[in-house]
Design a protein around this ligand. Structure first.
Ligand SMILES: [Zn+2]
Length: 64
C-alpha cells in the first residue's frame, strides 16, 4: 500500500498516510489542526539508514 505524505498549509504539520485505492476519494484531515485538504508532498529522499533505524521504507512517488 503506498504511503503518501501531506503537509498542512495552515499549521505546517507533516504527516504520512497509507492510502489504498479505495481510500483515494476519502477526505484527508490534518492531525494537527483539523484543516482539510492538506497539500500532497513528495518525499525526495529516503530515511532508510538514518540514525532512527526505523522500519520505514522508500515509497516511490506515484507518477500519476
Ligand atoms: Zn494543520
Amino acid at each position: 500500500m503506498p504511503i503518501y505524505e501531506y503537509e498542512c498549509a495552515k499549521c505546517g504539520e507533516r504527516f504520512e498516510l497509507r492510502r489504498s485505492l479505495a481510500d483515494k476519494d476519502s477526505e484527508i484531515q490534518c492531525p494537527g489542526c483539523g484543516e482539510k485538504n492538506p497539500e500532497r508532498v513528495f518525499s525526495l529522499f529516503c530515511t532508510v539508514g538514518s540514525s532512527t533505524g526505523g522500519s520505514s521504507g522508500c515509497a516511490p512517488a506515484a507518477s500519476t
